[in-house]
Design a protein around this ligand. Sequence first.
Ligand SMILES: [Ca+2]
Ligand SMILES: [Ca+2]
Ligand SMILES: [Ca+2]
Length: 224
Amino acid sequence: IVPLLPSRWHSVAPEFGSGPFAISVPEDTAVGDNVTVLPARDKDYGFNGDLRYSLEGGKGKFSIDPKSGIVRVAAPLDRESDPGFSLLVVAQDQGQPARSASVPLKVLVADINDNVPEFSRTEFYVDVKENASVGIVLLTLSAADPDEGPNGTVTYSIRTQSPSSTPAAFELDSSTGALRLALTLDFSVAQMYRLTVGAVDGGVPALVGNTTSLAWLPTPTLWL
Ligand SMILES: [Ca+2]
Ligand SMILES: [Ca+2]
Ligand SMILES: [Ca+2]
């Protein structure tokens, strides 16, 4: 004979222990990887103590195993579009009526250096008059990097100058991207300079974006 437990025996709801809980997950965590587990306890026996877990919130990025309560990544994460999620982990017993408990779970998505600094254009052109003064800002280059902190901090440098000169004909402010004339130009020496400019972020390993800048000296007017 299986004794039927009177409903008054179903006395306790599941318990999660002390929350809320917060965890940090790198944005490159693979789909299917475990994130955390928040096991609940239920002191009842049988159906009244048999828990099923479910998850609320998280925009479909996380799933929970109904039996073990293991939270997993269900879709690729991207800190740049969603830096954090507020989830609710629910544990429900199988009693009649069912009793449940829930606990907030904050998931912070930790940054990975997954964006290369990107210039708004692949080529920039600038006209420079032959008599332009040394030190004048010809162009301010800017590369966007949406990563966080050093991963998104961009440093600029001139990688190549063609034709070359000593000293270099241009200098680039490594933090502002301001490209300055560093030499008095001479049309008879060069009519055009081609620079390759690099933008390096501060991540480890660092990611490098490139662009080309053409400094063009218009033909001087000949007065006859
Ligand atoms: Ca990302
Ligand atoms: Ca970056
Ligand atoms: Ca990132």
